[in-house]
Design a protein around this ligand. Structure first.
Ligand code: DX5
Ligand code: ZN
Length: 222
């Protein structure tokens, strides 16, 4: 199933509640919450207290992307803050199996992310235990960067492996998704699309959301 996950990194932080409601009304299937610690990536955003606070303004499930060095330490906080999916990086300092176990034992879905320089093979040992793989299509840290098309072979490789194992695992792409790149990613086998600047910056967000979904549905290749 095609899902759009607006990245609140690009929202107006002064009126987050309204921004979330707006994206819900535009038809967002997920809400992508970018958490950065200024250590794993060179930028700082928000933590579990903010996540908890904004959770009550929307019923759209929270897709929490942890770009932090020690995700295991914070699983409990984000689970309590209302995360529906907790996504962490294979490149973090936490033990991967232990972190997946900590997330799923809280009744939260676990997802694994890989940075551009990390090979697709890094997620293979965990594919049966997670609900989603996030293939970064920019270096994590900032919105508004250009889509790295050379990440597409990784998406295709992971999609083929999911099929081979007959699993129900989503593939999310994050970074530089817009009306042109969404088709490229969907054709490669991605079905969850994070969009920050292209969606929040659109003159007509609803129209852009509809257009994204149409293009992704047309191009998606299993
Ligand atoms: C980047 C974040 C992304 C970012 C995407 O590190 O993980 O979620 O907000 O923003 P755009 O869509 O502007 O590339
Ligand atoms: Zn993200």
């Amino acid at each position: 199933m095609i899902k759009i996950s607006p990245s609140i990194l690009s929202c107006d932080y002064g009126k987050m509640a309204d921004e979330l409601k707006n994206m819900e009304n535009c038809g967002a299937e997920l809400m992508h919450i970018d958490v950065m610690d200024g250590h794993f990536v060179p930028n700082i955003t928000l933590g579990a207290p903010v996540c908890k606070c904004i959770k009550k303004y929307t019923s759209v499930p929270f897709d929490v992307h942890l770009m932090i060095s020690e995700p295991l330490k914070y699983v409990d906080d984000f689970a309590k803050a209302g995360a529906d999916i907790i996504c962490f990086h294979t490149e973090s300092d936490s033990d991967i199996s232990e972190t997946i176990e900590a997330i799923t034992s809280k009744g939260v879905q676990a997802a694994l992310a890989i940075k551009p320089k990390t090979p697709a093979e890094a997620v293979l040992p965990y594919l049966n235990k997670i609900s989603m793989v996030l293939v970064m299509t920019v270096e994590p840290g900032f919105g508004g960067q250009s889509f790295m098309e050379d990440m597409m072979p990784k998406v295709r490789f992971i999609r083929d492996e999911i099929k081979k194992r007959n699993l129900d695992v989503d593939i999310e792409v994050d970074g530089g998704i817009n009306k042109d790149t969404i088709s490229i990613a969907a054709k490669s086998g991605a079905n969850v699309f994070v969009s920050g600047s292209a969606l929040f910056g659109a003159a007509d967000r609803k129209k852009t959301m509809d257009d994204f979904k149409k293009k992704a549905n047309e191009a998606f290749t299993d």
